[in-house]
Design a protein. Structure first.
Length: 156
């Protein structure tokens, strides 16, 4: 859910469904009043934060974690664990996905540096996934020592 708070009145003003499963990252366009929620199911939910209206659900990569927004070029980003950085054109009302930049498996944590127009992602290499157990039904694979990587994405 998206929750709109009235800070002046110190009260809840509205709640709206996001329209996607397991949202994890959120970016904001304060000029156009848009929220970009990255979700499971390979989609980004675009919401008007003044009305709660769902505007679009562009396709993104699998396993998203973080979202970012570039106000200068009007681009929304989703870093996805499958090894893709999805780029959505937020200046086009249909919100098309304009690029899927190959990164590296697991590169889900992201920071956008607007001053230098760079995206930073981190990941590492992973070992084999352990077998599920009753105590840990969805175990994560171990990180290979010494494989931590910072990926820098920018324009040429």
């Amino acid at each position: 859910m998206i929750v709109k708070l009235d800070a002046h009145a110190n009260k809840l003003a509205a709640t709206w469904p996001i329209g996607c499963d397991s949202p994890s990252g959120l970016a904001i366009d304060t000029d156009a009043h848009r929220l970009f929620s990255v979700c499971d199911g390979k989609k980004m939910a675009v919401t008007d934060y003044t009305t709660g209206k769902q505007l679009a659900a562009p396709a993104i990569g699998d396993g998203p974690d973080a979202a970012a927004y570039d106000a200068k070029d009007k681009l929304a980003f989703a870093s996805c664990g499958e090894g893709v950085l999805s780029v959505v054109n937020a200046d086009d009302k249909s919100y098309p996905t304009v690029q899927s930049v190959a990164t590296q498996r697991g590169a889900r944590t992201m920071a956008y540096d607007a001053a230098n127009d760079r995206i930073y992602l981190v990941t590492a290499e992973f070992g084999p996934r352990p077998q599920p157990t009753a105590d840990n039904p969805r175990p994560r694979p171990a990180i290979v020592p010494g494989s931590f990587t910072v990926i820098v994405v920018g324009r040429k």
